[in-house]
Design a protein around this ligand. Structure first.
Ligand SMILES: Nc1ncnc2c1ncn2[C@@H]1O[C@H](COP(=O)(O)OP(=O)(O)O)[C@@H](O)[C@H]1O
Ligand SMILES: [Mg+2]
Length: 297
């Protein structure tokens, strides 16, 4: 059975005909990108390096202008940065001279300038707690490990309670153990807050764990969102048990096959402009007359 759509609105975020050509370049990096996100949905985007994922995220954040096309959030066009969209960059971008508390308080005060000092502190402490950093709240970033700094970045983004969270490979620089812990935290927080998330990752397992839908991008130039893979694993999935579900392998194989084989063949604008949505997790079992490998041996 397909995973239920968590969203209240199917077209909370609309990306319409988006394209980007950098000055001096003959061909667009990407073009005709068309995707809708539902409110409360967690979407991951996967594609080879250079296909334009960061550029798309920066356009959604309002930090960069597209060459063509539009982005609408809640029916209003995104034309610049705004506190209703929180961004977590790959380098955590904390202010090194401020403590964890002050880094987050700074963001909270910008979001709610009318709040009292006590209200600001309460909000800061709630979100520092949520990422398990209560013991480090008065430390400076230089006294924290990479994983802890990344958690501060996540706490800061969540503390302004953005309607949309934008994450650019947020766990790329972390070791596997830390990454796993933070992925679990992110899943728990998103389930609690019904946060809408758009996240770039190069890790197919991370995408299968976190995302409701996975956007597959073809290679550039003229890259596109070529296909949308629905994650049909139950939303209660957990890192420790994910691989027990046969759907997991079907989805994983589909993603890897796209990255290894199909993404290149679909470069230069050969991908569809309106990506089909597929559910490889629900594909039927292979025919039983195929000899299983273990019987050959
Ligand atoms: N400011 C820029 N000026 C010119 N080219 C750029 C600029 N930023 C990115 N590019 C080019 O656009 C392409 C897509 O970049 P990017 O969005 O960072 O891709 P991804 O995040 O998928 O790796 C790359 O080929 C990159 O070299
Ligand atoms: Mg990038």
């Amino acid at each position: 059975m397909p995973t239920e759509m968590p969203g209240d609105r199917a077209d909370f975020l609309k990306i319409e005909g988006l394209g980007k050509t950098y000055p001096g370049s003959a061909e667009p990096v990407f073009d005709s990108v068309n995707v809708d996100l539902a409110q409360g949905e967690f979407v991951c985007i996967i594609g080879h390096s250079g296909c334009g994922k960061t550029t798309i995220l920066n356009v959604l954040a309002g930090l960069e202008k597209a060459s063509v096309g539009h982005v609408f959030m809640d029916g209003r066009e995104v034309t610049g940065p705004g506190l209703e969209r929180g961004v977590v960059f790959q380098g955590h971008a904390l202010m090194p001279w401020l403590s964890v508390r002050s880094n987050i308080a700074f963001a909270v005060r910008s979001r709610w300038p009318e709040w009292s000092a006590a209200q600001v502190q309460q909000q800061v402490e709630r979100f520092v707690d949520m990422v398990g950093l209560a013991g480090a709240i008065d430390k400076k970033p230089s006294a924290l490990s990479g994983g802890m700094k990344q958690r501060v970045g996540i706490a800061r983004a969540f503390a302004i309670q953005p309607r949309m969270l934008l994450l650019d490979e947020p766990f790329g620089a972390l070791d596997a153990l830390t990454r796993g812990t933070i992925q679990d935290e992110l899943l728990r927080i998103c389930a609690q807050t019904r946060q809408t998330v758009f996240m770039i990752t190069h890790d197919v397992d991370e995408a299968i764990l976190l995302a409701d839908r996975i956007l597959l991008m073809s290679n550039g130039p003229q890259a596109r969102v070529a296909e949308i893979v629905r994650n049909t694993l139950p939303r209660s999935r957990q890192r420790a048990t994910l691989h027990h579900d046969p759907q997991y392998y079907r989805i994983r194989n589909h993603l890897v096959d796209f990255l290894v084989e199909r993404s290149k063949a679909l470069s230069h604008g050969r991908a569809p402009t309106h990506p089909p949505e597929v559910s490889p997790g629900l594909d039927p079992e292979p025919p039983t007359n195929v000899t299983p490998l273990r019987r050959i041996a």
